[in-house]
Ligand binder design. Structure first.
Ligand code: MV4
Length: 538
């Protein structure tokens, strides 16, 4: 079926935002009205942004790849533009195709979500050159934070605690060997242009340094096109804790407390929570102040995250800035009551941040489970396939962020995240109890998911006690997978799957766009589609 489509029955232009005081600088130089937002992403984050737009009275329009034609965000958007085939490099990463879609849609802003082009300063610059408001940080702050060595040096100069290590790219092995002899092994080699764990190598003794440096350089070159590498002391028994910040265009900035992200495997976070059992209000305040110093030093604006390692004594060390909305942002939303995506849009259009630091105290506890299309019983190997049955949990304290619909095909082209299951409770124990209850309600038939892993995790004594560090999953994995999950709800899954399969074709037909005449969006979409089929530069 050829696109474009327009949702039927929606009328009228963008409504005025309600419920919040208007920015006092209305009409001033920093005010950039936004009426229509192009969502340059897919899946649950595309839906999350779409929902924020709707609630603000803004018109959401979206891009999609050929593989995502029939997905929920595409259906719910006011208009949708195909930007290429399934491969992300030929669609969601194609800057020209996305800018063409924005022009055709007459969008005045672009929300990049996370991943894809979210932290690409060239994309942010290209948006601004095309008179599109990029809903994210200024490109220069993004570029600065993308260079880990430059960021470290700047933060060290500003008195932010950084991990002991080199403040320059290592010219050769001798420089790193000298640092390690002075500070002791293990050391960790990191890509200067890196982040998120790519291109990292832990070195435990001098004999392994030479080959580790060679490996780190070539991985850095392959991943980032830059073979710059630097060295730090490798910290052990540490937690991964990050601070959420919001900064507006008028010099106002607040932090929204921390997220504990130590439950991860191969740099893929599996569970995040707020607050962290490792922080008390005094430490939280100090870490928040450090994060705000990072914001000031870098000229950062919009929503962002400052990542820290927290040692066993509770000392924080700055690691890096994530210049985007993050997957785990909802845990902060649940404990602060702040809509972070709405805040991003407000900041981008020049509103004054309406939040006051002293009024931001985390209330209760929130935990997020990342439900992945991976098989935890088989080394978390990818589990693509068609969703033949779906039952989402709900009830007190439960939030599910997902774009999943029965009938969707989970392909290997994109991230394995299919849903985020969150629980809020008045304390950590009640949040855990709600998550356990919700996992028992949750049914995703047709693929393997990480739900059994999460079920086991939430009864694990160490997890329940909050005894976590970044090595937790690796050490607990044997007892969290395997026999623990038992036969499970297989019979129920099979019955639902059969019923869903029987009605699938009818359901698909019913979900087709009503046969109304093509509106102006239809024409615009068709034009964008034709244009994006022209061979592109990259
Ligand atoms: C470290 C570290 C220990 N010591 N640096 C991981 C992602 C990127 N943001 C930096 N990361 C780390 N940097 C020093 N000097 C530990 C991590 C780290 C980690 C390392 C191995 C396995 C899992 C990890 C999870 C979080 C952080």
């Amino acid at each position: 079926m050829k696109k474009p489509r327009r949702s039927a029955g929606r009328s009228g232009g963008p409504r005025r935002p309600r419920g919040r005081p208007a920015a006092p600088r209305r009409g001033g130089p920093a005010t950039r009205p936004i009426a229509r937002v192009l969502i340059a992403n897919r899946g649950e984050i595309a839906l999350r942004v779409l929902r924020a737009c709707r609630e603000m009275g803004l018109s959401p329009v979206i891009v999609y790849s050929e593989a995502d034609r029939d997905t929920l965000p595409v259906r719910l958007a006011d208009a949708a533009f195909c930007v290429g085939p399934a491969a992300a490099s030929a669609s969601y990463l194609d800057i020209d195709a996305i800018l063409k879609a924005a022009r055709a849609a007459r969008a005045d802003a672009v929300h990049p979500g996370y991943g894809f082009l979210a932290e690409n300063p060239e994309f942010a610059r290209a948006c601004e050159r095309a008179s599109l408001t990029f809903i994210g940080p200024p490109p220069e702050a993004m570029r600065l934070m993308g260079d880990k060595v430059e960021a470290r040096r700047l933060m060290e100069k500003r008195g932010v605690p950084v991990i002991p290590g080199l403040l320059d790219r290592a010219a050769d092995t001798a420089i790193i060997a000298a640092f390690a002899r002075k500070n002791g092994y293990p050391v960790i080699l990191k890509a200067a242009a890196g982040g998120g764990g790519k291109g990292m190598r832990v070195v435990r003794e001098e004999s392994g340094l030479e080959s580790a440096l060679r490996a780190a350089r070539s991985e850095a070159k392959a991943s980032f096109g830059d073979d710059g590498v630097y060295a730090e002391k490798f910290m052990e028994n540490v937690r991964h804790v990050e601070i959420q910040i919001l900064a507006d265009a008028h010099g106002n900035a607040v932090h929204l407390g921390e997220r504990e992200c130590s439950v991860q495997r191969r740099h893929q976070k599996l569970v995040e929570e707020a607050p962290s059992v490792a922080l008390d209000p005094a430490r939280r305040g100090r870490m928040g102040s450090i994060a705000l110093e990072v914001v000031r030093a870098s000229g950062y604006r919009n929503a962002g995250t400052v990542e820290f390692l927290l040692d066993a004594k509770g000392n924080p060390y700055f690691m890096e800035v994530n210049a985007r909305i993050q997957v785990e942002h909802p845990v902060t939303e649940l404990v602060t009551g702040v809509d972070l995506v709405r805040s991003q849009i407000e900041i981008a259009r020049g509103d004054v941040l309406p939040l006051r630091q002293e009024r931001l105290r985390p209330r209760g506890w929130a935990i997020e489970c990342r439900i992945l299309a991976e098989d935890p019983e088989n080394g978390f190997r990818p589990s693509p396939g068609r969703i033949v049955g779906l039952r989402l949990p709900s009830g007190p304290g439960i939030r599910v962020d997902t774009a999943l619909q029965a009938g969707d095909e989970i392909s290997l082209h994109y991230d394995a995240l299919v849903a985020k299951l969150l629980a809020w409770g008045p304390d950590r124990g009640e949040a855990i109890a709600r998550l356990r209850r919700a996992i028992d309600e949750f049914l995703i038939a047709g693929i393997r998911t990480t739900l059994p892993f999460h079920k086991a995790l939430l009864v694990d004594p160490d997890f329940v006690a909050g005894h976590l560090d970044i090595a937790f999953v690796d050490s607990a994995l044997p007892r969290l997978t395997g026999a623990a999950s038992g036969p499970g709800p297989d019979a129920e899954v099979a019955a639902i799957a059969a019923a869903v399969r029987a009605t699938e074709e009818a359901d698909r037909a019913a979900r087709q766009v009503p046969a109304a005449g093509p509106g102006p969006w239809a024409l615009a979409g068709r034009r964008a589609q034709m244009e994006t089929r022209i061979p592109r530069g990259h």
